[in-house]
Design a protein around this ligand. Sequence first.
Ligand code: PEP
Length: 251
Amino acid sequence: MRQKIVAGNWKMHKNAEETEDLLNDLIDKLPSDAEVHIIVAPTFVNLASAVEHLEFTNINVAAQNMHQAEGGAFTGEISADMLKSVGVSTVILGHSERRAYFHESNSLLKSKVDTALKHELVVIFCFGEELKDRQSGNHFNLVENQLKDSLFHLAEKDWANIILAYEPVWAIGTGETASPEQAQEMHEFIRNTIDSKFGKNVSENVAILYGGSVKPDNAREIFSKPDVDGGLIGGAALKADDFATIVSAAI
Ligand code: PEP
């Protein structure tokens, strides 16, 4: 049985004090049983303090990005080793905002995934189609290519550290959610795609999260679908009450 996972992507929100306040609120409000794996992704500058703050809790800390190189002259960038050195366990790669605004391609993401896995980081790998792809009926094809180009070179053992996050771009931050049926249809397609390349041992065990305007009032229905193993949450992860309700919906 796959464990449900709910991850909060805080994007470029919350300064140091606000991060601490939100973490305290989350510690108070989130369920402390082990039935759901909870992850939060504050900004880079607040990662170390978040790890310290959450040390005796069941909440894990993720970075929102990292550079593919081991180190060097890459002004403004952060390496996998730096993340590990402050206790970060997980990294989000391929978020649609990174793809759109920072031109991250499938092949660049392949390198980032390799570097992250080499450093034993868990990768939350994001992908999903834009509205024009869905309207033209190209969404399955596009998603398949995103997976093939960035993940199909992996070995079976690598999948123990991969979490997939299907995020239709048209549903991110828009208030427009994929219907539970649309989410299930795509998640089933993703699982079958992984199955055809890696077999059941990988496809039945990999968690596939849904992301895109998940809110307290729609989370339970989306998470109840058989191939939806939880969610990657943006806006609603910034309010402790909303995030706690969404986490509870995954139990
Ligand atoms: C996200 O940024 O990954 C996301 C899903 O955002 P939102 O929940 O705000 O749509």
